[in-house]
Design a protein around this ligand. Structure first.
Ligand SMILES: CC(C)(COP(=O)(O)OP(=O)(O)OC[C@H]1O[C@@H](n2cnc3c(N)ncnc32)[C@H](O)[C@@H]1OP(=O)(O)O)[C@@H](O)C(=O)NCCC(=O)NCCS
Length: 201
């Protein structure tokens, strides 16, 4: 099992999902981007600890506007988001989210969110003032302002190069390049290879 599988499992458990929606095999077959926040100063192993992750991707959706008309759009979607239980409500989620917004060059109200949890809805309200939703018939949530400035996905060629790429966001300078681990994890359970984790350009 890879670190991405472990992350997906932990997120699914936190959201009470019947099965993980993030896994290494899904990352290989979808054009999703995974931003990973890692604390490289974590002790005692000195190999760093993963704080959480945020998975995003462009999806073609039919969404209703405030006149209940169907619109075909391809917004950037929040697909999975998880901060380790011991580290929630310390600002790490916001740090990761801000980094994603900057890298993807997107504004919060331009996003579509796949089945947001109550925690995520509160998070979006607190940090980005997102409150009024536009009712939908699918599982995605969009907010007022979504249609005002539609965000276009990057050109196909660019998107192809982004395929299955994961991004590491280090809150502190890196030391060594051992595999990241959960806080409190036994190092022997951490995967050996982290070759897929590279920063987006
Ligand atoms: C949603 C989540 C990613 C936010 O990350 P975070 O690091 O806790 O967020 P921040 O510290 O940057 O922001 C904290 C704010 O998020 C919201 N929030 C976070 N945890 C919450 C909780 N247990 N109950 C209610 N609101 C919560 C609140 O608005 C909170 O502000 P407050 O503490 O002043 O009430 C994280 O709570 C998490 O992993 N939750 C479990 C998985 C989940 O629900 N993921 C969303 C997928 S749809």
């Amino acid at each position: 099992m890879t670190i991405i599988d472990e992350l997906g499992k932990a997120s699914a458990k936190a959201q009470h999902l019947p099965a993980p929606i993030t896994s290494a095999s899904r990352m290989q077959s979808n054009r999703h981007v995974m931003y990973i926040l890692k604390d490289t100063s974590a002790r005692p192993a000195g190999k760093g600890a993963i704080v959480g992750f945020l998975k995003v991707g462009y999806k073609k959706l039919f969404v209703l506007d405030d006149r209940e008309a169907h619109n075909e759009v391809e917004p950037l979607c929040i697909l999975d988001f998880y901060i380790h239980e011991s580290l929630q409500r310390h600002g790490h989620g916001r740090e990761l989210f801000q980094h994603m917004l900057q890298k993807e060059r997107v504004e919060p109200h331009q996003l579509a969110i796949d089945r947001p949890s109550q925690k995520l809805l509160k998070f979006l309200n607190k940090h980005y003032n997102l409150e009024t939703t536009v009712p939908q018939v699918n599982n995605f949530v969009i907010f007022e302002g979504f249609f005002a400035h539609q965000h276009r996905p990057p050109a196909t060629s660019l998107r192809a190069t982004r395929r299955s790429r994961a991004a590491a966001v280090d809150p502190v300078p890196a030391e060594g390049h051992g595999g990241p681990r959960w806080p409190g994890w036994d190092h022997s359970t951490a995967p050996e290879s982290q070759g897929g984790l590279t920063a987006p350009t």
